[in-house]
Design a protein around this ligand. Structure first.
Ligand SMILES: [Zn+2]
Length: 167
C-alpha cells in the first residue's frame, strides 16, 4: 500500500475477530478446491507446472499455476475476494472497509496483469465458479499457441494432436 492511499483507508472494523482478520490479511486462500481441480486436470493431460510461484518484482504476489518455459501464468480467482460479476457481494456491515479491501484486490489484479503482460507473459484468469475442465482446455490452447509461436525449441511437435484427458 502506498503512502498516498493511507489517509483514505477506513479503520478496520472492531468486530472483525482474529481468525477472520488473519484470513483477510492474506491475498487469497491457498490451494482452494477449484484451483486443485484445475491443477489435477492439467496434470492428467500431461502438463507440468509450478504452483504458487512468486512473481518477480512483485513482493507478496504469487501465481497459482505457472508454465515458466512458455511464459504462461494462470490464476483462479475467488468470487468473493476478486469480485466476480456473478457472485461478488458487497458486505453491508463495515461497508466502507470492505469496499476499500475488495476494490484494492481488484486493482492489484489488474496491476499484476499489466505488469506480467509487459514482461511478455500470457495471463489467464478463471473464476472459481468456472468449469475447470474447460479452463484446462483453454490453458492448453494458449500453451500450444505460445510454443508454436516460439517454434525454436528443437522438438518436433504435432499441434493437431491434443492430449486427451479422461472425462
Ligand atoms: Zn463467481
Amino acid at each position: 500500500m502506498d503512502e498516498t492511499s493511507v489517509e483514505t483507508v477506513p479503520c478496520r472494523p472492531a468486530g472483525v475477530h482474529a481468525a477472520t482478520s488473519a484470513r483477510m490479511s492474506r491475498q487469497k486462500r491457498k490451494d482452494t478446491a477449484p484451483e486443485m481441480e484445475l491443477r489435477r486436470a492439467l496434470y492428467r493431460r500431461g502438463s507440468r507446472y509450478r504452483v504458487n510461484r512468486p512473481l518477480e518484482g512483485m513482493p507478496r504476489r504469487r501465481a497459482d499455476v505457472t508454465f515458466v518455459g512458455a511464459k504462461v501464468v494462470v490464476f483462479v480467482d475467488g468470487c468473493f475476494w476478486h469480485r466476480c460479476p456473478v457472485h461478488g457481494t458487497a458486505p453491508v456491515n463495515n461497508g466502507a472497509w470492505w469496499e476499500h479491501k475488495l476494490s484494492g484486490n481488484v486493482a492489484r489484479d489488474r496491476d499484476t496483469d499489466t505488469r506480467l503482460r509487459e514482461a511478455g507473459w500470457a495471463v489467464l484468469r478463471f473464476w472459481e465458479h468456472e468449469d475447470m475442465e474447460a479452463a484446462a482446455s483453454e490453458v492448453e490452447r494458449v500453451l500450444r499457441e505460445r510454443r508454436l509461436a516460439r517454434g525454436r525449441t528443437g522438438r518436433v511437435r504435432k499441434p493437431e494432436s491434443p492430449v486427451r484427458g479422461p472425462r
